[in-house]
Design a protein around this ligand. Structure first.
Ligand code: KIV
Length: 271
């Protein structure tokens, strides 16, 4: 299916309309101006300024260290680049779990200082009050269930979540709650495809999957992973479209060689 160029600016309503007519929603991450320009020009519907920036941009082992100020810096760079996509920003660890007032303050800073269009937040019942507060301020909220990387030290591993009945039932209850509260969509990360099928039958808001099978209304990947820049991260759900780590390394090595051999700059490349 070709991308819908008629959509001037993707909003949360656009996502519901895409789902209603059976057109899948595409979502990718971006953390900086240049990448966001490319991703937006290619027609992606939603750009996520993910807290995966903590891993991808800063080299941390987990998403926990990234700060609100750092997320705002990444988000404002992305917003400056984007003409069409909906820009969703992750609320980083520690900025919404404490209490709902804290959650709203963090959200207001993101919206005011970056110009983004929505926030994403990890969890279900346990953060109900925070979600309500943010929504009451008129800010669209996207949920995130299944593997929630900010809870990695509770899980102890990045393996598939909700394989057991109890966790699966909680996930379904949480998905229903997020819909009831007014979230405009939910990311489902690394859960069995059969469970995803159950979730999408139970709720009407768009679900966006990552390692959750094909039943969701859309898919999301980390752009640096699908472009093969982060070459050591190769989970089963990931499709890599390029091998940019190797391609860029080769280009850089050629440049180094040209400089060393005085092949660069040549006569045409100087004034
Ligand atoms: O931070 C992120 O990149 C995410 C996606 C993996 C959904 O939350």
């Amino acid at each position: 299916m070709s991308i819908n160029k008629e959509v001037k600016r993707v909003t949360t309503n656009t996502l519901h309309a895409l789902k209603a007519r059976g057109e899948k929603i595409s979502m990718l991450t971006a953390y900086d101006y240049s990448m966001a320009k490319i991703v937006d020009a290619a027609g992606v519907d939603v750009i996520l300024v993910g807290d995966s920036a903590s891993n991808v941009m800063a080299g941390h082992e987990t998403t926990l260290p990234i700060t609100l100020d750092q997320m705002i810096y990444h988000a404002s760079s992305v917003v400056r680049a984007v003409d069409r996509a909906l820009v969703v920003v992750d609320l980083p660890f520690g900025t919404y779990q404490g209490n709902s007032k804290n959650a709203l303050e963090s959200t207001i800073r993101i919206m005011k200082e970056s110009g983004a269009h929505a926030v994403k937040i990890e969890g279900g019942r346990e953060i109900e009050e925070s979600i309500k507060r943010i929504l009451s301020a008129g800010v669209p909220v996207m949920g995130h269930l299944g593997l929630t990387p900010q809870s990695i030290y509770k899980f102890g591993t990045y393996t598939v979540r909700a394989k057991e009945d109890e966790e699966a039932e909680k996930l379904i209850a949480d998905a229903k709650l997020l819909e009831e509260l007014g979230c405009f969509g939910i990311v489902l990360e690394k859960i069995p495809a059969k469970l995803t099928e159950r979730v999408v039958k139970e709720i009407n808001i768009p679900t966006i999957g990552i390692g959750a099978g094909s039943a969701t209304a859309g898919q999301v990947l980390v752009t640096h992973d699908m472009l093969g820049i982060t070459k050591d991260f190769q989970p089963r759900f990931l499709r890599t479209y390029l091998s940019l780590f190797e391609d860029i390394k080769r280009a850089v090595a050629s440049y180094v060689e040209d400089v060393k051999n005085i092949n660069f700059p040549n006569e045409k490349e100087q004034y």
